[in-house]
Design a protein around this ligand. Structure first.
Ligand code: MN
Length: 305
């Protein structure tokens, strides 16, 4: 039997170490299944997503073996004791879907909304400078409206171009917890000619904490039935679920790939539900902590420095 497993990248001082996690134990992939990393060892887990069908089959075999091998147990690391990095190093693209939850729209005062008369809007974050793992995130200089957004992140496992809705999820390898950190005052800046800057408002350094785990889609089930919760300094701010998405994960992939190819390892953030700072007028300051949890995907914790 294949036990549920997830993938992570951990910090042991030198190069980032890709790992497989089962329950509270974790193994280095370079020790247990070096062939999986062989194409380009420095790319870590990205090797797996480059050929996800094959990697998933090999990971199933590995997970089953690790689960009942006493010698493997001796090589295991304590999953609670390691330091996690952001798992994917590095995807070519981090795509994001804007306003995509009915409860979020209602919370910002939008009382009627017709899905038929609207379309999803997308933007991007730069992978190597925006993606971070658990730990510190830098407060964006000059912003007084630094805001949180918990989001379900989708990891692409097979090239997707012009895919129909009904086949879109076949291109998904796994899921992760992510934050779409946003500087509202830089995003909607009255001093700006267009009053809108998604780059400075959402693509600044550390604007995309993600991880620490990537969970294969088969262990997650229906991506439209996942509870998601976010706390700021232990006070719950967001408590919703992916069933409130306006455009489903499949619909987002179908819409996006009409014009933009999603490649293996690419990430798609799928929007945030109600409960962000823009609704309450309370924003993040240095020293505050954010904990974000999505059902089956674990918890992501960051603090503002
Ligand atoms: Mn967002």
């Amino acid at each position: 039997m294949v036990p549920a497993y997830s993938l992570a990248t951990i910090d042991e001082g030198a190069a980032p170490v890709p790992a497989i996690r089962i329950g509270d134990r974790l193994w280095r992939l370079a020790d247990e299944a070096p062939a999986l990393l062989a194409p380009e060892p420095a790319r870590g887990l990205m090797n797996l997503f480059a050929d996800w069908g094959r990697a998933a089959a090999a990971l199933d075999v590995l997970a089953a073996r690790l689960g009942d091998d006493a010698a493997a147990a001796a090589r295991a690391l304590d999953a609670q004791a390691v330091r996690y990095l952001t798992p994917l190093r590095w995807p070519a693209k981090v795509m994001c879907t804007g306003t995509n939850y009915y409860d979020h729209l209602r919370a910002v005062g939008r009382t009627s909304f017709s899905k038929q008369d609207n379309c999803p809007a997308f933007f991007m974050k730069p992978p190597t400078t925006a993606l971070v793992g658990p730990g510190p995130v830098r407060h964006p200089a000059g912003s007084t409206q630094f805001d949180w957004e918990i989001e379900l992140a989708v990891i692409i496992g097979r090239t997707a171009r012009a895919v129909p809705v009904e086949r879109a999820l076949e291109h998904v390898a796994g899921y992760a917890v992510a934050l779409d950190l946003s500087a509202r005052d830089l995003q909607k800046n009255p001093r700006h000619f267009a009053k809108m800057d998604l780059c400075l408002g959402k693509a600044f350094d550390d604007a995309c904490p993600l991880g620490p785990l990537v969970v294969p889609a088969r262990f997650v089930g229906d991506p439209q039935r996942l509870r998601m919760r976010l706390w700021v300094d232990d006070a719950i701010e967001q408590d919703s679920g992916t069933e409130h998405m306006i455009w489903s994960v499949a619909e987002q992939i179908a819409d996006l790939t009409r014009l933009i190819t999603l490649e293996p390892g690419d990430v798609l953030l799928t929007g945030t539900p109600a409960g962000t700072g823009i609704e309450s007028g309370r924003y993040l300051s240095r020293g505050q902590r954010i904990d974000a949890e999505i059902e089956h995907l674990g918890r992501l914790s960051v603090h503002v420095v």
